[in-house]
Design a protein around this ligand. Structure first.
Ligand code: AMP
Ligand code: GLY
Length: 431
């Protein structure tokens, strides 16, 4: 079969890498892809959000299955457009993707169906928002309702910060129409985890546990990014928490979406805050996480294609997925300046030597080819991912590879996976 993957990040490289291992697949295309993806798929110069061109192209090429990576095309209805032409595509409909596209919608849905999440209120008027934060006090979190490339969430520790956040989103319109409404939410404490599952709108088939590292610097310092690294399994998601998340969050939300006439098919990703073995939802995403997809897909032993097909066809109940017992760790290497402004076009060296380390893979994100050389082309550039007997070994292998790669300004967190080790040490002491 012929498969098209949409997107250009590390997540999409991981999807292409995994799909390429399927004996069912003859040819993979990726729109628009990156330098690494180009080694395993034919890249097309069509932007991920150009739904019209992508639909026509897929129809002309008779693509058997399309897999959507990022949220933007989902929220503008790429799945609906493909399905209207009878093309098979993996991902939720536009109405389904609203669970990520509108934080107000997601929060209202959780409230209506009793899914645990922080206290909140939604505002479309500036004075209302201001008087609410004055009444509630700090810390508090101010969020733009719509998509804002991961920048629309502002945690505020002082009243001045909260007022400035409201001003930035509503008056200065820093995120355009995404900030027409804002959600003001209780500041939740605890440790974060990412919970992903395939769902066909009825069955929920979870991935193993995973944890992202959002802030740019070690020890979770500095501004938030798209994610600087991830690992799996994540001990913070104990068996008890896993059970609770399935019963109180994932299954109820999938049922709720169906009940609301928004039957959800694809990957549903819950961003969780866990404290004292109780999980609350920070947000839902309508897609695979990036970088979570890299360590998770590396742990997937089963062929991905039949699972994607069963999801699209509503036949997940009869599916099972086998996972590696071994652990995986992904360390993101980023451009100097990211998540602020950064330069592109820096030549990346050491890739060939680095690729020789067994049980590791270098997923490309913001890379492109220039005069036959791989150069940087984005904020997050590479996702070096390794398998190990346990987390400790996977961490060591991932950093062994990372140290072989360099470019002008490259930086990365040195503490990816350390929270897992800390938790393991604590458990060891308690035993
Ligand atoms: P979101 O896009 O809603 O996941 O927010 C991005 C990040 O902001 C999360 O990963 C958290 O680190 C932080 N965050 C969001 N909501 C809250 C909250 N209610 N309390 C504390 N931190 C939050
Ligand atoms: N790594 C966070 C996300 O994919 O949204």
């Amino acid at each position: 079969m012929k498969v098209l993957v949409i997107g250009s990040g590390g997540r999409e490289h991981a999807l292409v890498w995994k799909i390429a291992q399927s004996p069912m697949v003859k040819k993979i295309f990726c729109a628009p892809g990156n330098a690494g993806i180009g080694q395993q798929a034919e890249c097309l110069p069509i932007p991920a959000e150009d739904v019209k061109s992508l639909t026509s192209w897929a129809e002309k090429e008779k693509i058997d299955l399309t897999v959507v990576g990022p949220e933007a095309p989902l929220t503008i209805g790429i799945v609906d457009a493909f399905e209207e032409r009878g093309l098979r595509i993996f991902g939720p409909s536009q109405q389904g993707a609203e669970i990520e596209g509108s934080k107000a919608f997601a929060k209202d849905l959780m409230k209506k169906y009793g899914v645990p999440s922080g206290e909140f209120q939604t505002f479309a008027d500036f004075p209302g928002a201001v008087s609410y934060v004055k009444k509630r006090g700090v810390p508090i979190v101010v969020k733009a309702d719509g998509l804002a490339a991961g920048k629309g969430v502002i945690p505020c520790h002082t009243l001045e910060e909260a007022l400035a956040a409201i001003d930035l989103i509503m008056a200065k319109k820093a995120f355009g129409s995404a900030g027409r409404r804002i959600v003001i939410e209780e500041f939740l404490q605890g440790e974060e985890a990412s919970f992903l599952a395939f769902t066909d709108g009825e069955t929920v088939l979870p991935f193993p546990s995973c944890q992202d590292h959002k802030p740019i610097f070690d020890d979770d310092q500095g501004p938030n990014t798209g994610g600087m690294g991830a690992y799996s399994p994540a001990p913070v998601l104990s068996e008890k928490v896993h059970h609770q998340v399935m019963e109180n969050i994932m299954i109820p939300i999938v049922r709720a979406m169906a009940k609301e006439g928004r039957k959800y098919r694809g990957v549903l990703y819950a961003g969780l805050m866990i404290q004292d073995e109780k999980a609350k939802v920070l947000e839902f995403n309508a897609r695979f996480g990036d970088p979570e997809a890299q360590p998770l897909l590396m742990r997937m032993k089963s062929d991905l294609i039949p699972v994607l097909q069963a999801t699209v066809e509503g036949k997940l109940a009869s599916r099972q997925v086998d996972w590696e017992d071994r652990a995986t760790v992904c360390v993101v290497m980023a451009s100097g300046g990211y998540p602020g402004s950064y330069e592109k076009g820096k030549v990346i060296s050491g890739l060939e030597e680095a690729a020789k380390v067994p049980d590791t893979f270098i997923f490309h994100a913001g890379t492109s080819l220039k005069d036959g050389k791989v150069v940087t082309n984005g904020g997050r550039v590479l996702g070096v991912t390794a398998l190990g007997k346990e987390i400790r070994e996977a961490i060591a292998k991932a950093y062994e590879v990372v140290r072989k790669i360099s470019w002008d300004g490259a930086h990365y967190r040195k503490d990816i996976g350390q929270k897992a080790l800390k938790r393991e040490r604590k458990r060891g002491r308690e035993k």
